[in-house]
Structures are given as C-alpha cells and as structure tokens.
Design a protein around this ligand. Sequence first.
Ligand code: APR
Ligand code: ZN
Length: 362
Amino acid sequence: MTSYFNGLVLTETAGRPTVAELRLPEVGPGQVRVKVRAAGVCHSDLSMVNGTIRPSFPLVLGHEAAGEVVEVGANVTRAAVGDHVVLNWQPACRTCWFCENDEPWLCSTSSGVASLENGVTLDGGPVHVALGLGAFADQVVAPENAVIRVPPALEFEVAALLSCGVLTGAGAVRNTAQVQPGQSVVVIGLGGVGLSVVAAARAAGASDVIAVDISEAKKGLAEAAGATDFVVSSDTLSKEIRGRTSGRGADHAFECVGRAATIRAAWRATRRGGQVTVVGMGSNDDQVQLSALDIFSSARILRSSVYGSADPDIEIPRLADDVLSGRLSLNHLITNRITLADVPDAFDRMSRGEGARSIVTI
Ligand code: APR
Ligand code: ZN
C-alpha cells in the first residue's frame, strides 16, 4: 500500500529545512511503519543542519521519537499494529563482533548519519533519512529492530525523550562512567542530554553535581534536574570547580556540548585519576589539545559515551518503568511543544542556548 506523508527535509548544509511530501511505495519485509506521535529536537539534528557533521542530501531530519505501529512488513515478529514504540537509531544486529561482545551500541551494521535504506522517496527520487530514521515526519519506516515496545500508559512526548537524550545522558552516568555514591560530578552543557546526566548523577548518589552552562538562564532547569550547584562557564572554570571540590577537582566530568574547548574544560575540572566522559558529538575539524606530560601525570581517564553505552532493548523499557513508577520525572525537560514547520525556529532557540527540549507533537 503506497502511503504519503510529510517530513522535514534539508537539502544543503546551512539551508533552512522545509516540510515536504514524501512517498513510501510499500513496507518491505522486516520493516515496520510507525505513525510518529512525538519527536524531540536534539542537538545532533542541529549539527546536521549547521555543518558540524556532514550528512548526505536530501535528508529527512529527526531521530528522537516515539509513535504507534500502523503497518508491519512480512516476517516481522517484534511489533504488531497498535503497539506503542520508541525508535532506536542504533538498532543492534545481534550477530556482528560488537553485538556478540555485549557492545550493541557500537553495532557495525549501523546505518550511519544518513541512510537510504528504507525506500522513502521525495519527488520520485531517493531521500536519505537521518540516523536511519528521519523522525521529523508524520511517519517513519524502519527495520523492526529499530522499534522498542513501551507501555501504552507512557505519554508519547516522554517516550520520545527516552529515545535519545535521556538514554544517552542516563547511560553515560550508569554504564560508561559508573558514578558511585558520594562522588562529585561536573556536567558541562545543560541541554536535554546534560540535564539527563545531572538527574542520573543525583539518582546514582553523587554528593555534588555541579552543573555548568554558558547560559545563566539554565540555572532553574539545572536545579529542577537535581544539581547541587550551578556555575556559568568561564575561563576560570577549573579554578571555580576546584574551589568547590576540596581543591582537588571533581571525580567525574561529563562534556555534553560537543566541542574541543569544553572537552578541555572537562579535563581540567577533574581531579588526578578522575574520569572525563565525552557525551557531546563534535566536529572532525575541532582538535583537542592536551600535553603528553599532562595526559601521563594526571592519570585521568578520558572516554566517550556513544548512546549511553546502553542496550536500548533493555534500558528503554527500564527507563519507561522508572517514569511510570514515579522514580524518574522528565516533564521539566519539555520546554516547547511545536509542529513540524516550527522545527527551524527550535534550532534557532537551541543555537542561542534557550530552553531544554522542543517536542514536535503530531
Ligand atoms: N560551555 C558550557 N555550556 C555550553 C557551551 C560552553 N562553551 N557552549 C554551549 N553550551 C551549552 C548550551 O548553552 C546548551 O545549554 O550546551 C548546551 C547544549 O544543549 P543542546 O543544544 O540542547 O544539546 P543536547 O541536545 O543536549 O546535546 C548535547 O550531546 O548528543 C550530543 O550531538 C549532541 O553534541 C550534542 C550534545
Ligand atoms: Zn539525539
């Protein structure tokens, strides 16, 4: 059955994305068609627009979403029509070396930033979909392993947040860094991802969670997420952090911006032997400078966290449970409810560091 739907399409770097009609000839074997009910605006979408990363064009943007299954192709076993699902931009094949070694977030069959695989067309020609999904659209067509069932009681808007920002932030704390009770934590960059790191660090029992942003306006959001301190980013940040951590620096720093300068700031904010977790996705052109002696003598650990080092098939249902049981509250993350056509304005707000998540509701 051919279906037509609207999607937000970007045709060039630094262009203004516009809503266009897309066509799907039919749902293929192993694929599912999902009616998108909510999609969050994540900085990785903005990075595809502003040239921080260079995807292929034309491109349907969007990857943080939840919706309802409306059609399934042949041989689909994981989902049925009517299921409420969260979309997963890093579906695991379960057979590659990484999957077999329990690192499904590094699955080597990943579709990459822009994929052509799902059969959707624009004006009769192929169109790429961001992170294998293209979720700023009324509908998404994806392989069945990219959908994760969640209880219908979970609101779609909250389910969408779990799909990228919250899983990424919570996973960075729990899985990648494994923050322990009583540890001190610095979080640099307080968007949807950084605020999720703040909340997860508090939930993990961190004694101090020092939230840092370039924008003073993030203070209230940081406090709502559970930060114990808020600091406006400056050249003297490491001094400021040492002053709040017995002169040593923090046990952990999380970089949630995606820039070399903030990775360096995170490095300098941690104590000797501390751990820096890079959560932000930066550009290939942005080089981090650290001296060889500093790397050796500071004994710090520097690592990155891709998709929260998580197996989303396990952790998204767990996070959904946490929300439904009241252990995890995410509503403060939603600062704007918008339509597809408003997403470019949401990118402008994000570039200015305003708000937390804008959510497209359909
Ligand atoms: N120092 C501190 N904070 C900064 C700085 C800086 N130099 N520059 C920007 N910020 C803040 C912004 O003010 C904003 O609050 O970083 C925050 C980034 O938030 P969002 O733009 O909402 O981004 P988010 O969706 O949270 O993603 C953060 O994680 O997944 C990656 O690609 C994503 O790199 C991005 C990062
Ligand atoms: Zn994202």
